[in-house]
Design a protein around this ligand. Structure first.
Ligand code: FE2
Length: 380
């Protein structure tokens, strides 16, 4: 399989180099800075079906902030809020609204990962530090990524507690309503004009990632707006970070709208994998999660475009699920509307049936759906 830099080039995971200087075991968790973590945790539990597993706050000796840890499958989110106005977390929320602050990556050796990254030019945010309680020890270290986003390296093989030292376990969550979410498939970052290649270079040089696929403005454009995207993947392919930048179009692109309302680069969407997208999405909709819709014509043309698939097209249309096919198989996907009032972070639900691509065939229908929403917000 080709690894040249043409559109939709796929890098096979077994092409991972044996000299991977930063082996990542996967995404440990994603930490959001939010205005009201108690209410955000309620939303992710009752709407997205996650289970509250741990808590830290004044009652556990953490006096400046409160964090709720929610989990479903391997998807783990930490929702953190500052308790006083003079706090870096409060400043983050003032500037960006609710959003992702940290993407924590699981490693065998956090000090090694941090040393490799900083020697290759990463800016340190947190030097390696070991924390412990009666459940064992965790080592953490962080580096700066795009905007105010950071990557935390987390080493926890000697820890047996619910989350991290300082957190208390929550044994039972009576309101969680699981929907079948399994793991994070990919997390997309929006960066500024002409900044994509600098961040692609960062992930290559500092993190040992490689270009997995790329899309240019011919793949991703409509009458009004365009964007460019490169998908970066780590050595074993477990961690995938597409990076978007805006491209010149007739009107304001969705990436520009994000950059304006997030006030800078940040995480645009998190794709969550399921084995049964019909079940997952119908349950999420019943629980109040709002999704983008595409017109009826998308479904009348679907079979011609993607061939025969296992799922009844009627059911897909009822839920608004999109389908795309490549030479390895097909995938089903759907996108939520932004999950906060600012038009910033949203989620994707994805089921892969052989395909390792990102739904290029859906870009036009999807972008037109996004533009209808931008129009309604007065931001097109
Ligand atoms: Fe995506």
């Amino acid at each position: 399989m080709s690894t040249t830099l043409h559109s939709s080039a796929l890098l096979h995971p077994d092409q991972a180099s044996e000299t991977d200087f930063m082996p990542l075991l996967g995404t440990d968790h994603v930490e959001f800075y939010v205005g009201n973590a108690k209410q955000a945790a309620h939303f992710y539990r009752t709407a997205f079906g996650m289970t509250l597993i741990a808590y830290a706050g004044p009652e556990t000796g953490q006096y400046d902030r409160v964090s709720y840890v929610v989990q479903q499958g391997k998807v783990r989110f930490v929702l953190t809020t500052a308790l006083r106005s003079q706090h870096a977390i409060a400043s983050h929320v003032l500037r960006h609204g609710d959003g992702v602050h940290a993407i924590a990556l699981l490693v065998d050796d956090a000090r090694h990962a941090w040393t490799q990254a900083t020697q290759r030019g990463a800016q340190s945010v947190l030097e390696p530090v070991a924390t412990r309680d009666d459940q064992g020890e965790v080592t953490l270290a962080s580096i700066q990524a795009y905007g105010d986003t950071v990557h935390t390296f987390i080493e926890r093989q000697n820890y047996h507690g619910a989350f991290l030292p300082g957190y208390r376990a929550v044994e039972n969550d009576p309101i969680a309503r699981p929907v079948g979410l399994l793991h994070i498939d990919h997390m997309v970052g929006n960066v500024g004009w002409n900044e994509m290649n600098a961040w692609v270079d960062f992930y290559e040089r500092v993190m040992g990632f490689r270009l997995y696929q790329h899309f240019d403005d011919k793949d991703i454009s409509t009458e009004y707006s365009a964007l460019m995207s490169k998908v970066m993947a780590n050595g074993n392919g477990y961690v995938k970070f597409p990076i978007n930048e805006p491209a010149e179009g007739r009107r304001k692109s969705q990436v520009e709208e994000f950059l304006e309302f997030y006030d800078g680069p940040g995480v645009q969407h998190i794709a969550l994998a399921t084995h049964d997208i019909l079940h997952t999405v119908s349950t999420l909709q019943r629980q109040g999660v709002e999704f983008l819709r595409v017109p009826h014509s998308y479904y009348t043309e679907l079979e011609q475009r993607v061939g025969s698939i296992d799922e009844p097209i009627r059911d897909l249309e009822e839920l608004g699920i999109l389908v795309d096919r490549d030479d390895e198989g097909y995938m089903l996907q759907i996108f939520t509307r932004p999950v906060e009032d600012r038009p910033t972070l949203f989620f994707e639900i994805i089921q892969r049936k052989g395909s390792r691509s990102f739904g290029k065939g859906n870009f036009r229908a999807l972008f037109e759906a996004i533009e209808r929403e931008q129009q309604a917000r007065g931001n097109l």
